[in-house]
Structure formats: structure tokens, C-alpha cells
Design a protein around this ligand. Structure first.
Ligand SMILES: CC(C)(COP(=O)(O)OP(=O)(O)OC[C@H]1O[C@@H](n2cnc3c(N)ncnc32)[C@H](O)[C@@H]1OP(=O)(O)O)[C@@H](O)C(=O)NCCC(=O)NCCS
Length: 199
């Protein structure tokens, strides 16, 4: 059984453990590098700040009682967009629906926030992630993504969320009781001014 845990800044140790595992196991899948979060970069306040991105929705999937994967939804630069970032499923949990579960959780959050467009960036060679995203209705755009270490550019994929999606998921836009509600120190689903640190 897959359960969802929503993380706050106080859960930074859980996020840290998963994120360091993700950056170690799949270094080519993320804009951030492991080295960025090690040594001097590996500080409690930095992990807390990552989880406290205003309006973000940071979750782990717990499979058979153990954290098995992670993802974040973060408000985009415009009020009606949001970004899905930091998706990772541990190798031992792959092929068991954890990626599906995490993407659906971000979608539900986006729908509650009244978001119309969900965006993400994926490396061109990341076939497993690309297939997973396409299965969930994301489509590649022509928009050039960030340049990666390989010199290639990330592919930007988008999914347009519709009124039907809201109905199908039984979600009311702006329903702050269901998890769009911001932590006390954040700005809810407000547009994000700063770039997301490290995907
Ligand atoms: C992309 C990712 C989240 C998919 O996780 P998932 O929940 O297993 O996804 P799926 O259910 O779609 O996997 C479908 C199949 O591909 C296999 N698979 C998925 N990712 C794989 C990988 N990286 N390497 C080899 N096989 C993989 C699964 O085991 C499953 O096989 P099965 O059909 O024989 O059971 C996961 O591979 C991952 O975390 N990769 C590294 C990080 C990453 O790429 N993140 C996305 C950044 S944009």
C-alpha cells in the first residue's frame, strides 16, 4: 500500500535523506548536483528553506512503511502555473505505482490551487520519466529548457488541467482545506518570485 506524507520544514531530515539518495542514484536526472548539497551545502537551514518554498507541496510516498519516493509541486512564475519537480522513486520501489501516485498527488494539489497548467522539465535521455509523464497526459513543448552538464537542453513538458479534471478528482479550486493551505509562514499558491533552488 502506498501512503502519502506531506512534509513541512520540520521534516527536513526525511527530505534530506531521500534527496541525497536521489542525487546519488540518478545524477543525470536533476539540475542540482549532489555536490551542491554536500559539505558546506548540507546545512539544516538550507534543507528547511527548500521545504519552506512559499506555497510548495512537498511529499514522500511511503511504501510498505518505508519512504520510497519524493516529489514537489511549486507555484510557477505566473499564478495559473505550477511546476512538478524533484520526482524520484527509489530503485527497489520502481514499477509499483509509486511514480503514478506521486504525480497524481501533485496534480490534486495543483487543482486545489486553481492551477491551469502544470509544467516540468526532463532530460532528453530520461526515457522512463518521459514515458511516465506522457502516460499522465504531459506533452513536450518547443520551449527550450535549461542547459544540462551534457550540453543538451532539458525538455519542457506541460499538462493543461481542465474543469473535467477537477470534477474527476472531486476537487474544488481554491479549497484551502484540502492541502493547498500554506504553512503559517508561506504565501500559499502565490506566484513564485525566486527561481527554485536545484530542481
Ligand atoms: C522516473 C521514475 C520516477 C519512475 O518510477 P516508477 O514509479 O517505477 O515508474 P513506472 O511505474 O512508470 O515504471 C515503469 C517500468 O519501468 C521500470 N523503471 C522505471 N524507472 C526505471 C529506471 N530508472 N531504470 C530501469 N527501469 C525503470 C519500472 O521498474 C517498471 O517496470 P515494470 O513495468 O517491468 O514493472 C524513476 O525511474 C526514477 O526515480 N528515476 C530517477 C529519477 C528521475 O528520473 N526523476 C525524474 C526527473 S524529471
Amino acid at each position: 500500500m502506498i501512503e502519502t506524507r506531506i512534509l513541512t520544514a520540520d521534516d527536513w531530515r526525511t527530505w534530506r535523506e531521500l534527496r541525497l539518495a536521489a542525487l546519488t542514484e540518478a545524477p543525470d536526472a536533476f539540475g542540482a548536483r549532489l555536490a551542491d548539497w554536500q559539505g558546506d551545502g548540507d546545512r539544516e537551514e538550507r534543507w528547511r528553506a527548500r521545504l519552506a518554498i512559499p506555497g510548495s507541496h512537498n511529499i514522500t510516498a511511503v511504501l510498505d512503511g518505508r519512504p520510497a519516493g519524493m516529489v514537489s509541486g511549486v507555484p510557477g512564475p505566473r499564478g495559473d502555473t505550477a511546476e512538478l519537480i524533484s520526482l524520484w522513486v527509489g530503485p527497489e520501489a520502481r514499477g509499483r505505482g509509486v511514480g503514478d501516485h506521486l504525480i497524481q498527488e501533485v496534480e490534486r494539489w495543483a487543482l486545489r490551487c486553481g492551477v491551469g497548467v502544470l509544467r516540468l522539465a526532463v532530460a532528453p535521455g530520461n526515457t522512463h520519466a518521459g514515458a511516465l509523464y506522457r502516460r499522465h497526459g504531459f506533452a513536450a513543448t518547443d520551449e527550450p529548457g535549461d542547459e544540462m552538464a551534457s550540453g543538451e537542453r532539458e525538455i519542457i513538458m506541460v499538462k493543461y488541467l481542465t474543469a473535467e479534471d477537477r470534477t474527476a478528482r472531486d476537487v474544488t479550486a481554491g479549497d484551502l482545506s484540502g492541502g493547498c493551505a500554506p504553512p503559517a509562514d508561506s504565501a500559499g499558491c502565490a506566484p513564485r518570485a525566486d527561481p527554485v533552488p536545484g530542481g
